[in-house]
Design a protein. Structure first.
Length: 598
């Protein structure tokens, strides 16, 4: 293996040189639309070298799903001498994706030729926020549709913008039938319409929510008496933008008003809970916020979140609130044991009234109560049981939880599951950005960036510079191994070798998959002899490792390694890795399955 050589510097004009380090991606084309210049930030966003981007090479950096659209749009903009403006994705060689906003404009150069100058800006965070808001909006629409009370949104002219299922059932109209129609033209009796119009015209900024009663004339001609609570929203200029009305059909039973008032309160709190659940994707920040918001929505003396621990598969108490003692965090909850364990095992909501003598052993010393009405709600997303929400109350009598509260718990559990899944997905995506997907080790891009930072940190310490050693590994004859035994077995060897590296090296060491069957380790504070000993340990461990073949046979693999130490006179990443690569080359020339230190 030969060490990579740096590409010759691109010949650029003085004006272009000034743009190389600009904090946004900048590009320029010739009159045909072929790229003749891209700056450093464009290369960083696209994950492509400047030389590869020139001409039509830049198209390869565009995500396959966006490639035709962007290429066609770019070509048409050049042919028609109009501005180009699109949002699209770069897909880098390591698989990471970056959303960008690209704009371009035709200009005339000094020779009177039409060229295009463009700018690309990273909007990955904006797109993520937009998707999170869209998910939040979907949840709120779902809450509106399952809410038992009448909920509608109207504009200042009385036209319907939103009309939930309860409204459809009460009026006989579907939302599609009445969308954008003023309600007083068909739904309000003629003698009440003028008063409704005056009420709308009299709304002012700062007015409290208004309550009123009016009649609805249903599609079948029935007249129903409705009680409404209206909340008005105004823009910065004090202009009414829309009204959210929550109502009750009180034609037959005024007595239901108390229950519906509770439903309206709970609905409001559920919306607040949705905001909390979508406010952050940091799991450690999210968990206590979720429990605080749940306690505000459904008062409880005890709350706990039991979540699965992916590495072990155990369900563990991750957050508590109320009479739970803090030491409960970390307690393992076996499926089928206790209210939360039974909810996990059955995937159903479980209610129970438990005396202290029958508390689960795992919680007996962690709850300050003699008896509890408890409910366990499974947290399920896409068929996977993420854990359970546990709620407990000290109140006497039955039922401890009303039917409405049970429905609310189901909604809370659904939103909690979605929020936890999104948080975990973000964590996994963040890991994928720096980890090799097969072995779990750091990828080459992260390795090179980290090594550069390590060397810069060392350079700043003029009087206290520690040695740095490097090891380059290469699995022997790995191509032939794959050919003889199959890629699945080969992938297994790569994973097992990565495990050996993780076992042998310190957490402070920088260990990465460099490419294919090549691995590299950087040992800060170590000499070449330390590196040689570590490499020898790894070599011996692999040599003696028994690998299971596809046919059940036992196979063996070996590795060669080159070790070196950072030269104080040439303390660069390239020099360090080049020297380690020379050692690796010598190890291979000497028969492989050996370690050479230089």
């Amino acid at each position: 293996m030969q060490a990579a050589t740096a590409s010759p510097p691109l010949q650029v004009s003085p004006s272009e040189r000034a743009l190389l380090g600009a904090p946004v991606g900048i590009l320029e084309t010739d009159p045909t639309g072929a790229r003749i210049f891209v700056n450093d930030h464009w290369c960083e966003l696209a994950g492509m070298t400047r030389e590869a981007a020139l001409g039509d090479g830049w198209i390869a950096a565009i995500h396959p799903a966006d490639r035709d659209r962007v290429a066609t749009g770019w070509t048409e903009a050049i042919e028609e001498r109009r501005e180009f403006s699109q949002e699209y994705r770069f897909q880098r060689p390591d698989g990471s994706v970056v959303w960008v906003a690209g704009v371009g404009k035709a200009l005339d150069d000094d020779l009177g030729r039409s060229v295009y100058v463009g700018v690309v800006t990273d909007i990955t965070a904006v797109v993520a926020t937009r998707e999170a808001l869209r998910a939040q909006g979907s949840f709120l629409h779902a809450v509106l549709d399952v809410a038992g009370s009448l909920v509608c949104v109207i504009d200042p002219s009385g036209r319907f913008l939103r009309f939930n299922k309860a409204c459809e059932l009460a009026s006989g109209y579907t939302f599609e039938e009445i969308r954008n129609r003023p309600f007083y033209d068909f739904l309000i009796p003629a003698d009440e319409a003028p008063g409704v119009r005056r009420a709308l015209a009299g709304l002012r900024v700062g007015d409290p929510p208004a309550s009123n009663h009016n009649h609805w004339v249903t599609k079948t001609g029935d007249v129903r008496l409705m009680s409404w609570s209206n909340v008005s929203f105004f823009d910065e200029d004090g202009t009414l933008t829309h009204i959210v009305s929550t109502g009750t059909d009180i034609s037959e039973e005024r007595a239901v008003q108390d229950a519906l008032a509770e439903r309206a309160r709970l609905f409001k709190d559920l919306i607040a809970f949705a905001h909390v659940a979508n406010a952050t994707l940091n799991t450690e920040e999210l968990l206590p916020r979720l429990l605080d918001s749940i306690a505000a929505t459904l008062p409880s003396d005890l709350l706990g979140l039991v979540l699965i621990d992916p590495p072990t598969g155990n369900y563990i108490v991750r957050a508590v609130h109320g009479t739970f003692k803090a030491m409960a965090i970390g307690t393992v909850i076996p499926p089928g044991v206790g209210v939360s364990g039974r909810a996990i095992a059955t995937r159903t909501m479980v209610f129970d009234h438990v005396e202290r003598s029958h508390f689960p052993a795992a919680l007996a010393d962690l709850v300050d109560a003699d008896s509890l009405h408890m409910v366990g709600v499974p947290l399920v997303h896409d068929g996977a049981v993420l854990g359970a929400l546990l709620s407990g109350r000290l109140k006497a009598g039955e039922p401890a939880y009303s039917l409405l509260e049970s429905e609310a718990l189901s909604l809370i559990a659904a939103q909690t599951s979605l929020s936890l899944t999104n948080a975990r997905l973000l964590q996994e995506v963040s890991e994928l950005a720096i980890r090799d997907g097969l072995t779990g080790l750091y990828n080459r891009r992260y390795f090179e960036a980290s090594l550069e930072e390590m060397l810069r940190r060392r350079a700043r310490k003029r009087n206290d510079r520690v040695p740095i050693a490097a090891i380059m590994f290469d699995l022997d004859h790995f191509g032939a191994f794959n050919k003889d035994h199959g890629h699945q077995v080969g992938d297994g060897v790569l994973r097992q070798f990565a495990g050996l590296l993780n076992e042998r090296f310190r957490s402070s060491d920088l260990v990465a998959r460099y490419g294919g069957e090549e691995f590299v380790a950087i040992l800060e504070g170590s000499r070449v002899e330390d590196a040689r000993k570590a490499a020898e340990d790894v070599r011996h461990a692999l040599e003696t490792l028994s690998i299971l073949g596809a046919d059940g046979s036992r196979l063996n693999a070996t590795v060669s390694a080159g070790c070196t130490e950072l030269d104080p006179l040439d303390a660069t990443r390239e020099a360090l890795l080049r020297a380690a690569d020379v050692g690796l080359f010598m190890a291979k020339r000497s028969g492989r399955n050996t370690v050479v230190a230089i």
